[in-house]
Design a protein around this ligand. Structure first.
Ligand code: ZN
Length: 243
């Protein structure tokens, strides 16, 4: 797969959004991103900027330490966890009917019936279709009159099954791995507590097949960080593209 990247036989999909100040922040986050020009070609002969941003903004990674009992900071996540087969569970049909949909164990088992056991080291992505609402904050957060958000997520039960398969991380095309209406962030406590990471606000997953793609996850190496901006690449081989 890697050898075929330069010839184009293996396609590389970028599953991260470009960072600017117009992305959808978590409710309550006011200051999200600022960039300032430090040097210009006209004045200095070269161009540089400085920037400030939240750790959890745009396409980002939640490190285990983000929620207790997780301990590992973003710079200390074992590098082997950043490379793994992509398992895409497509729940768009369910999400259209129920914005509070939680990934069920049955759906995980259904994926395995069609593609085989979820391999050790896999990174499991929930495709809800919510990326189509990005970057419209109202549509994406889908808040009700009480300010409670409504978007799909992983269930604790499904994550427990995924953890039995020894996966490396989970990801979603929504604001959070827990569903929008969650108040206890049970998946965050469970998965991060077990040393997994979350990829949140992934971009459109339509180019990633349900099975057969390979993910490269490259978060910012921020010492002591609770998480941070992440570049996520999906390698899709020739045979998978045709499927
Ligand atoms: Zn999170």
């Amino acid at each position: 797969m890697l050898a075929n990247i330069s010839s184009g036989k293996t396609r590389v999909l970028d599953l991260s959004y470009a960072i600017n100040d117009k992305l959808v922040p978590w409710p309550g986050d006011k200051r999200v991103f600022e960039a300032q020009v430090n040097a210009t070609v006209e004045k200095n002969g070269y161009f540089t900027r400085s920037f400030w941003m939240l750790e959890h903004y745009g396409t980002h990674l939640d490190a285990p330490i983000h929620f207790p009992p997780g301990k590992v900071t973003v710079d200390k996540i074992p590098t082997k966890q950043f490379f793994g087969p992509a398992v895409v569970v497509d729940v768009r049909a369910e999400a259209v009917k129920d914005a509070d949909y939680l990934l069920s164990v049955a759906r995980v088992e259904e994926w395995e019936k069609r593609h085989g056991s979820i391999p050790e080291g896999a990174i499991v992505l929930l495709r809800t279709g919510w990326a189509a609402r990005w970057p419209d904050a109202q549509e994406y957060r889908n808040e009700d009159a009480q300010g409670r958000m409504h978007f799909p997520g992983f269930s604790v039960e499904a994550v427990k099954v995924l953890m039995e398969r020894k996966i490396s991380g989970i990801g979603c095309d929504t604001l959070s791995a827990d569903y929008g209406a969650s108040t206890d962030f049970a998946v965050h406590h469970l998965a991060l507590g077990a040393g997994l990471y979350h990829l949140e606000n992934l971009s459109d997953l339509s180019g990633v097949p349900e099975a057969g793609a390979f993910l490269i996850v490259a978060p910012i190496k921020l010492e002591g960080g609770s998480g941070g901006a992440v570049r996520v690449f999906a390698l899709v081989g020739e045979s998978e593209v045709k499927k």
